[in-house]
Design a protein around this ligand. Structure first.
Ligand code: S3P
Length: 174
């Protein structure tokens, strides 16, 4: 009915999700975009002005609002697995694919888009690559068990193009 993509920031959920949606003839939706629409401001501004707890409330509201979706590829924010209560909502929507990548690769991709991920940037949007990688490793250590618990399948993306990741997903879905 739907396919859900979870994984750390920079895992390629949006890029690969759009490709997969095209391939399956599904609609693509990204929960971060819906949160931004609902809040009327960017994610860094939500974090700075309202705090992470408010962001997580909005994220749960958005996940709840997707309950009636059919034939959608749904890309979730990297922290959507943090709230225990989100899990049954996600599980009910369709199979959950965890896009995994090495900390080095995640850090490289995140570093290329500074100022967009408040949980990485902290107070300064100008973190060096080693600083980003250190933060990625810290957060990934907390998140890994959560991703693995939520996932129906793990797809390793390190060193693969979006097209190759998409093909693996189609193979698994078939
Ligand atoms: C977050 C990931 C971000 C966004 C927010 C928090 C996280 O989404 O939801 O900055 O906690 O990992 P992406 O995974 O799409 O970057």
């Amino acid at each position: 009915m739907n396919v859900l993509l979870i994984g750390f920031m920079g895992a390629g959920k949006t890029t690969v999700g759009k490709l997969l949606a095209e391939r399956l003839g599904y609609q693509f939706v990204d929960t971060d975009d819906l949160i931004v629409q609902r809040a009327g401001k960017t994610i860094p501004r939500i974090f700075a002005e309202d705090g992470e707890a408010r962001f997580r409330e909005l994220e749960t509201e958005v996940i709840r609002s997707l309950a009636g979706c059919q034939r959608h590829v749904i890309a979730l924010g990297g922290g959507a697995v943090k709230r225990e209560g989100n899990l049954p909502l996600l599980k009910a929507a369709g199979p959950i694919v965890y896009l995994a990548a090495s900390p080095e690769e995640l850090a490289r991709r995140i570093h290329a888009m500074p100022g967009t991920r408040p949980l990485i940037d902290g107070d300064s949007a100008k973190k060096t690559l080693p600083e980003v990688e250190e933060r990625v490793r810290e957060l990934l250590a907390e998140r890994l068990p959560l991703y693995e618990r939520a996932a129906d399948v793990v797809i390793e993306t390190t060193g693969l193009t979006a097209e190759e990741v998409c093909q693996r997903m189609v193979g698994w879905l078939e």
